[in-house]
Design a protein around this ligand. Structure first.
Ligand SMILES: [Zn+2]
Length: 47
């Protein structure tokens, strides 16, 4: 059996630097301050 997660399951994360909500972005980069983030790394974004 194949288990798939729906796209809606992506948790809301916020930029550590400026607080921008990092949702639905084409890349892991804050569009406000251009900081690179990793959605699973709490040191780069606020979960
Ligand atoms: Zn930012």
């Amino acid at each position: 059996m194949q288990k798939q997660l729906p796209d809606e399951a992506v948790p809301a994360v916020y930029c550590r630097r400026c607080g921008y909500q990092l949702v639905g972005l084409p890349e892991n980069r804050c569009p406000e301050c251009r900081r690179i983030f990793h959605p699973v790394d709490e040191t780069t974004c606020s979960l």
